[in-house]
Design a protein around this ligand. Structure first.
Ligand SMILES: C[S@@+](CC[C@H](N)C(=O)[O-])C[C@H]1O[C@@H](n2cnc3c(N)ncnc32)[C@H](O)[C@@H]1O
Length: 312
């Protein structure tokens, strides 16, 4: 299944792409290159650096962006290393005009059973965005963590109310090797009213976030991305669930505030200076037509900030 990029027009508007035909843009999650293609089409002399942790995604992006080979640079790497990648691409201390982070995973990753992201397919319990890089897999977490630790992961990263019960059921069913096995164990352990989502949805989300340290890297990259922007440069982030969106919202508010003292403190002592202004006060979401054409867009929330011309 090919990946349909979400909120494309809002991303182009948010990044001021048409106003910067020769701009320098970074797509930190280039995926299959849908947004990158739109940026390079809308800005005919623009240059784009595309990053992705997944070498399979990068190969797709390379194919999709072949018409722009002179202007697109694709690199296998994490957006958490954005400053190093930007320096290697543009040279030290050269700011960029726009950065996009389209968080989460692509339709191709979900649909490829061998990647182990989906409870609807049977595959190995992997879930690494970068399967070439070693590191912890979902199987390691499911089979090795103590029940309490596992329950914490399910609760924190999946907001799973039955986390303790599910963790105990997983421990009792060890060893678990496949996504189907895990989904069945989780489904059997669920209690309470029937939910609209599949009973294993929250568990799979939690494991994927833990395997890839997703929330940590999102929190780390936001200030780094703002550092990389020149005055007037913009950062656009698309989140797909409330844990991601909360991190983005809070960091953007913090960066946009001239004072971060506790609300009841009568006199400001923090000397905090805003580095950005909020371009989107509320997140931009897909309209009905987009949701009908691409159901994945239903949960997407886009937030944009613009770098101010301040020396901080
Ligand atoms: C929603 S998809 C992006 C789709 C893309 N915007 C498009 O139009 O095709 C998210 C992508 O981010 C990648 N990704 C996840 N974490 C990453 C990280 N820390 N650094 C770089 N890429 C990452 C995933 O491998 C996936 O390909």
């Amino acid at each position: 299944m090919s990946h349909i990029p979400v909120l494309v027009d809002a991303v182009l508007a948010g990044l001021n792409v048409a106003q910067q035909p020769g701009g320098w843009f970074v797509d930190g999650t280039v995926g299959a290159g849908g947004h990158a293609h739109a940026i390079l089409s809308a800005a005919p002399q623009a240059h784009l650096l595309g990053l992705d942790r997944d070498p399979v995604a990068l190969a797709l992006a390379r194919e999709r962006l072949a018409p722009f080979v002179e202007r697109a640079t694709l690199v296998h790497g994490s957006y958490v290393d954005l400053p190093q990648h930007v320096t290697a691409w543009r040279g030290a201390a050269r700011p960029v005009d726009g950065i996009l982070l389209d968080l989460g995973l692509s339709s191709m990753q979900v649909e490829d059973a061998a990647r182990g992201f989906a409870f609807r397919h049977d595959g190995p319990l992997d879930m690494r965005f970068d399967p070439t890089g070693g590191g912890t897999t979902a199987a390691d977490i499911v089979n090795d963590y103590e029940a309490d630790h596992l329950a914490d992961v399910l609760y924190r990263y999946g907001e799973e109310r039955n986390s303790r019960r599910i963790a105990r059921a997983i421990v009792a069913a060890r060893p678990l090797h496949s996504t189907r096995q895990l989904a069945d164990v989780v489904a059997a352990a669920q209690r309470g009213p029937r939910q609209q989502i599949h009973p294993a949805t929250r568990t799979f989300q939690a494991l994927r976030i833990a395997v890839n340290s997703e929330l940590d890297v999102i929190a780390q990259v936001l200030p780094l991305a703002i550092n990389a922007l020149g005055p007037g440069g913009r950062l656009a982030v698309i989140a797909f669930h409330s844990l991601e969106d909360r991190i983005v919202k809070e960091r953007f508010r913090h960066e946009a505030a001239d004072c971060i003292c506790p609300p009841r403190q009568p006199v400001c002592t923090c000397e905090h200076v805003a580095r950005v202004r909020l371009v989107t006060r509320k997140p931009v979401q897909a309209d009905e037509a987009e949701v009908a054409a691409n159901p994945r867009s239903r949960s997407a929330k886009l937030r944009v900030v613009e770098r101010l011309d301040t020396e901080v």
